[in-house]
Ligand binder design. Structure first.
Ligand code: SF4
Length: 476
């Protein structure tokens, strides 16, 4: 089991990273809110429509997969099935061997992160070059994505300028336009002589046998149209029945992700280059992979997680992610959706710890465009992590260890909180102890971990009376 506590301590001590992530998350939150207010009359109705469209595909997934295969094959694409991550990597490796290719260029794809493609190819002595700006920054810095949509958001422009200077041998820059120009020049060289491009998939439309990819930089289009061979990696949950279903869901995706009304590029791919066409790949391969998705689908507590369209909004609004950043989760998928799917895709033993990185505030579920009840799933997964006793497990069966002082504090709190009389007295007088809380907060065992990184709230006046006024009820 990984030691997440140590990892989180290191990340919390990285003030620059925390500042970068927090300011980016707040900017993304504001952009989303402003856009929805300005452009959408019935955002909630649209969420319900997308929820239904995705559910419809999930309820009939076996049929959708077969329909997609039939129509994509009719369109001239080759559909491969991979049950595991390793199977998916092997299919790509064999294709590269068959075509005598030693280097591929990749567009941004969380599916490729999930199957661990870069590492797999590296072990085989082959190369995968990232062409998305964020992914390129990570590859140069030998890091993993910190966020599923904005993978290098933990780095500011000065840090990126230094990295480019060190790794690409260019002058140190910090203006975004200049940094973009450096990346573009570097990647143009890589695109020359490109034979195989790899991409992810946002939607696979079963009735048409087509795939739909969205992106903002144009590198995705380069990877899918310039090479002789295009390979798309697609989790089976990305399949929807119709273009209408895909369009409904697509309408929610970029507003939720980055607060953009529409993405800069919508790429709809219906097959390889036709005889009379001048460009486009000569071969299109689609790898439909499972990696435990069918297990998730068969579990009524968790199947709804497969509606996820990887917009990242749950991360952008998560008060925990905002403080600790994505690397603290030590998982391909961080944040609330990561807490739900990482233990299920990669194992509870390996990733169960991240279930504690949630305050159950429910903001993630409120903003999720496809209405995934993330907070209630996290609670259920915590129950499952405890074991067979589930909800009836005794307190403490979840392997948490408390010091004697903490146990005493919790027991006293339970005594007070379960006695109406003592509770009234306690909250009526809480403000009198504000000085004690403020001065001792950072050293009291129960509070110190929390207070090291957060200001303790100031207790003012008679909270008990304020509550009565606020709610218009009497607690007498
Ligand atoms: S769970 Fe919902 S909010 Fe989070 S990434 Fe998936 S679709 Fe977006």
């Amino acid at each position: 089991m990984k030691n997440h506590s140590e990892l989180i301590k290191t990340k919390l001590a990285d003030k620059q990273m925390r500042e970068n992530v927090s300011s980016a998350m707040h900017a993304l939150q504001d952009r989303r809110k402003n856009l929805i207010n300005a452009k959408f009359q019935d955002w909630q109705g649209l969420r319900t429509k997308a929820q239904k469209a995705k559910n419809n595909a999930l309820y009939t997934l076996k049929d959708r997969v077969l329909e997609f295969e039939k129509n994509a094959t009719k369109n001239g694409m080759k559909v491969h099935f991979a049950n595991t991550k390793e199977d998916a990597c092997e299919i790509i490796y064999e294709l590269m061997m068959e075509k005598k290719i030693s280097k591929v260029l990749k567009g941004k794809s969380m599916a490729s992160e999930e199957i661990g493609l870069n590492h797999y190819l590296e072990h085989k002595g082959l190369n995968a070059i990232e062409t998305d700006l964020g992914e390129l920054i990570l590859q140069l810095g030998n890091e993993t994505p910190v966020h599923i949509v904005v993978p290098a958001i933990h780095k500011n422009r000065y840090e990126i300028g230094e990295l480019f200077s060190e790794k690409l041998g260019v002058a140190k820059e910090s203006e975004p336009e200049k940094l973009n120009a450096i990346a573009r020049t570097h990647l143009r060289n890589e695109f020359e002589g490109l034979e195989m491009g790899i991409s992810g998939v946002n939607f696979a439309i079963s009735s048409e046998g087509a795939i739909w990819l969205i992106e903002n930089e144009g590198n995705g289009r380069m990877c899918t149209t310039a090479p002789t061979i295009h390979v798309a990696i697609c989790g089976i949950e990305k399949i929807v029945e119709s273009f209408t279903d895909a369009a409904t869901t697509d309408t929610l995706l970029t507003p939720s992700a980055t607060g953009q009304f529409i993405p800069a590029y919508n790429n709809i791919i219906t097959g390889p280059r036709k005889v009379d066409e001048l460009d486009g790949p000569k071969e299109v391969h689609i790898i439909l992979f499972n990696n435990h998705r069918t297990n998730i689908l068969s579990n009524e507590d968790y199947y709804e997680a497969l509606r996820c369209i990887r917009c990242g909004a749950c991360m952008n609004f998560c008060p925990v992610y905002d403080k600790i950043g994505g690397h603290s989760y030590d998982a391909v998928y961080p944040g609330p959706i990561g807490e739900v799917i990482s233990p299920q895709l990669f194992g509870m033993k390996e990733h169960g710890d991240i279930l504690s990185l949630c305050s159950l505030c429910g903001r993630c579920s409120e903003v999720c465009p496809v209405k995934i009840p993330l907070d209630s799933m996290i609670r259920k997964l915590r129950r499952d992590k405890i074991g067979e006793a589930g909800d009836n497990a005794p307190l403490g069966a979840n392997e948490l260890e408390h010091s004697a002082m903490e146990s005493y504090g919790f027991a006293k709190f339970a005594d007070i909180a379960t006695s109406p009389k003592m509770w009234r007295v306690a909250i009526g007088n809480a403000s009198k102890f504000n000085w004690l809380l403020q001065s001792l907060g950072t050293s009291l065992p129960v509070l110190k971990n929390w207070a090291t990184y957060k200001d303790l709230p100031e207790l003012k006046g008679n909270i008990y009376k304020e509550l009565e006024n606020l709610e218009g009820v009497s607690y007498e």
